[in-house]
Design a binder for this molecule. Structure first.
Ligand SMILES: Cc1cc2nc3c(=O)[nH]c(=O)nc-3n(C[C@H](O)[C@H](O)[C@H](O)COP(=O)(O)O)c2cc1C
Length: 215
């Protein structure tokens, strides 16, 4: 796969996941190996990645994910209430499809991380950056490796509204933070992603100062 294509077209896979296709654990292991090559704070690698395939556990996590979503949106699914055909309604429809089908996605991967630095007063930004900055480069590497092998996933964080319950279900020690939840499956046969539409560089990049000129 062309590298620029890979970097611009590794998109969130939800409806494009094939819920019936078996995943090859050898492939997943290899994608995780590549994922874990990523940069992380002081190379501590104080992570543990849970790969949940047990259907009963997936059911319970999916229910907690659903509860979290409903908590965020005021108690009911919204996609059918939105005018169709807009970018917002497409994201909503895709997001809610995942809410409805999460239990059927073959694997739910949860990267967990133990913050290793002692906390000092006023270090919230440093702490958060070091913590999540030690998880998401590996998540992105994992996503890229999956994509080149015909698999897809989507970063999700909704379940974190129920982080303690998911932690208890999976036996995650309280010292570990859950970074996200990655539903992983094969992409539907023939599915290809188009590069994402993003705001142009000149709109979002400034030289030297906040209100400086564009590049
Ligand atoms: C930090 C983060 C949290 C996200 N949380 C969710 C989520 O809980 N559920 C979901 O369906 N998508 C989630 N997404 C996916 C975004 O909606 C998606 O990346 C965005 O709409 C851009 O689409 P694309 O990834 O296909 O380019 C999340 C993405 C990021 C980076």
């Amino acid at each position: 796969m062309d590298i620029d294509y890979l970097l611009t077209a590794t998109r969130s896979a939800r409806k494009s996941l094939d819920l019936d296709a078996p995943v090859d654990m050898g492939d997943i292991r290899e994608c995780l190996r590549i994922g874990l090559q990523a940069a992380n704070g002081s190379n501590q690698q104080s992570w543990r990645w849970l790969v949940v395939s047990d259907p009963a556990l997936r059911d319970e996590i999916a229910e907690l994910y659903r509860q979290s979503y409903l908590l965020r949106v005021g108690g009911q699914l919204l996609a059918d209430l939105m005018p169709p055909g807009t970018p917002e309604s497409r994201i909503m429809s895709s997001t809610e499809w995942l809410v409805e089908h999460l239990a059927q996605v073959p694997l739910l991967v949860i990267p967990c991380y133990q913050p290793y630095l002692p906390r000092i007063d006023g270090d919230e930004s440093f702490h958060q950056a070091t913590l999540y900055g030690s998880i998401f480069p590996a998540v992105w590497n994992f996503q890229l490796a999956l994509h080149t092998r015909g698999y897809g996933t989507c970063i999700t964080t909704l379940h974190l509204h129920r982080e303690p319950e998911v932690g208890q279900l999976l036996g995650i020690p309280p010292a570990y933070v859950q970074g996200c939840l990655l539903p992983v499956g094969r992409l539907r046969a023939g599915h290809t992603f188009r590069p994402a539409r993003r705001r142009p560089v000149d709109e979002v990049v400034a030289r030297d100062r906040w209100d400086g000129p564009a590049l």
